[in-house]
Design a protein around this ligand. Structure first.
Ligand code: NAD
Length: 500
């Protein structure tokens, strides 16, 4: 696609990017940032400039917090049944502009249109769950905790919350948080990833159209400075973060220092165990989709396959065969099953990991380094890459690569495989492929990752189940989504009452 064609696509999708420099959404209005530094949003397929994004800081965050703080008392006093009405409208607007949001996601991120569509669907799921707040926000009560004394719990909103989100699911991840938080009566600020802010721009246009009162929802563009201004701001009650583990840890510590609630979802290195009694064809196909979907830029990607005992040779060969079937290209083109990675710099980082794997002695069974798309010579493409004979202590097995690189490892026994998973610092998700209910149960009992698949490649909890990992993949106590979101975004006020 040429640059004018891209702008036309964005314009057709309703995105106001003609001026090319994005604005913030504060207090119900689109406003210029006070930023003096700007970043670029580029289409990973062809390196074309899509927009300029301001790197806002304290000034922009102060303005957003002021607007959200001003809006809070009236929004809190709005009955829950009325608070969810604009969310029902938002849901319909998401349906109406479903394809537009998906196309913008593909343009700015590079994933295939089907992958973008799935992510928009999951955003809608979260809005739907938040619409149930008049039920899910109910407290509990007990009459006569002592003679004539009743006790009841009400859930109350806390004020202004913020979400800081990553590049890999631009439309979806902010919607893991915003609908739940505002349905609970809080007001909200989104700081989208500076690499992919365009789908949030479009979504905030829809939020504006949905009729939320001014200041209930706000968006500030920026990078590190905007994040730190949010973490330090005394007017913000809590922060929801999704991103890499080092930044998640930083967000957790710094938010807690200023007395905030915080949930920080971090990085991942997800293992899949393939037992000798597994359906090998299915395990290979599903694991390949899991690892290479979204070009491996997915926190639920199973990026390490552990072949247990006799399963190793069979699954290694099948995985390479499956990976060869992947069609790399422009995610907007039909038939393409894997798009480019997010940036030139990220491509270089992944290439360095591949070099490292070779130097460490792993076998490069499928080499995607040389892949070039003849139609898009400037795109940030990589072909699917598979390493076999990977050992647990190699860098490619320990660190999150976040690209289309699959590591295949051998474990002599089930217990050995479990030990490898338990020894890893991260614990977001994991899967087991087996026909033994006992093995599956034992696996679930023993390992820490909190999102587990049994004969499932991407163990993605629906919007009404908790979402979040363990160990270095999650800092905090209360997870995202569903009733956990209600716990995170409300305080439980217990009242003990006696009337004379
Ligand atoms: P990232 O950590 O680089 O950025 C995430 C957010 O933090 C962005 O909004 C960015 O502006 C901000 N940020 C980046 N560096 C910062 C710094 N030094 N100080 C303050 N703020 C900073 O993550 P990313 O590359 O955008 O996203 C990929 C990562 O997100 C992967 O590690 C992936 O596993 C993780 N992720 C996790 C989940 C989950 O559910 N656990 C979901 C999606 C993505």
């Amino acid at each position: 696609m040429t640059a004018p064609q891209e702008q036309a696509t964005l314009a057709a999708a309703g995105a106001k990017t003609a001026a090319r420099t994005l604005q913030n959404f504060i207090g119900g209005r689109w406003v210029d940032s006070a930023a003096t530094e700007f970043g670029e949003v580029r289409n990973p397929v062809n390196d074309q400039l899509l927009a300029r994004v301001p790197y806002g800081g304290r000034h922009d965050v102060d303005a957003a917090v002021a607007a959200a703080t001003k809006a809070f008392p009236a929004w809190r006093a709005t009955p829950p049944v009325n608070r969810v009405r604009p969310l029902f409208v938002l849901r319909e607007l998401f349906e109406k502009y479903f394809e537009d949001i998906a196309r913008i996601t593909t343009l700015e991120h590079g994933k295939t249109l089907d992958e973008s569509r799935s992510s928009v669907r999951r955003a809608i799921d979260n809005i739907e769950v938040a619409c149930a707040i008049p039920t899910t926000m109910q407290g509990r009560s007990l009459e006569d905790i002592a003679t004539g004394i009743d006790c009841y719990t009400y859930r109350q909103p806390l004020g202004v919350f913020a979400a800081i989100t990553p590049f890999n699911f631009p439309a979806m991840v902010p919607m893991w948080f915003l609908p739940h938080a505002i349905a609970c009566g809080n007001t909200f600020i989104v700081k989208p990833s500076e690499r992919v802010p365009l789908s949030q721009v479009r979504i905030f246009e829809l939020l504006q159209e949905a009729g939320f009162p001014e200041g209930v929802v706000n968006m500030v563009n920026g990078a590190k400075d905007a994040v730190n201004a949010i973490l330090d701001h005394p007017g913000i009650a809590g922060v929801s973060f999704v991103g890499s583990s080092p930044v998640a840890h930083h967000v957790y510590k710094r938010s807690a220092e200023s007395g905030k609630r915080v949930q920080a979802l971090g990085g991942a290195k997800n293992f899949v165990l393939v037992m000798p009694d597994a359906d090998m064809a299915r395990a290979a196909q599903v694991s390949t989709e899991s690892c290479f979907g979204c070009a491996g830029e997915r926190c639920l990607a199973n990026s390490v396959v552990l072949g247990v005992g006799a399963a190793y040779d069979d699954i290694s060969k099948r995985l390479v065969d499956e990976a060869k079937k992947i069609k790399v290209g422009d995610g907007l083109e039909p038939g393409v099953t894997m798009g480019p990675v997010i940036s030139k710099a990220h491509r270089e980082k992944i290439l360095a990991y591949i070099e490292k794997g070779i130097a460490e002695g792993a076998t490069l069974a499928l080499d995607g380094r040389a892949y070039r798309d003849p139609k898009h010579p400037d795109g940030y493409f990589l072909g699917p890459t598979v390493f076999t004979n990977v050992k647990p202590d190699m860098v490619i097995a320990r660190e999150e690569i976040f690209g289309p690189v699959l590591c295949v490892m051998k474990a002599g026994t089930f217990d050995e495989a479990v030990e490898i998973v338990k020894r890893h610092d991260l614990g977001n998700a994991s899967s087991i492929f087996t026909s033994s209910g006992k093995a599956a149960r034992e696996y679930r009992w023993q390992v820490e990752p909190s999102m587990l698949g049994v004969n499932i490649g991407v163990a993605a909890p629906m919007a009404f189940f908790p979402f979040g990992g363990a160990k270095g993949s999650f800092y905090g106590d209360i997870k995202a989504h569903g009733t956990d979101a209600v716990d995170f975004y409300t305080d439980k006020k217990v009242t003990i009452a006696r009337w004379f």
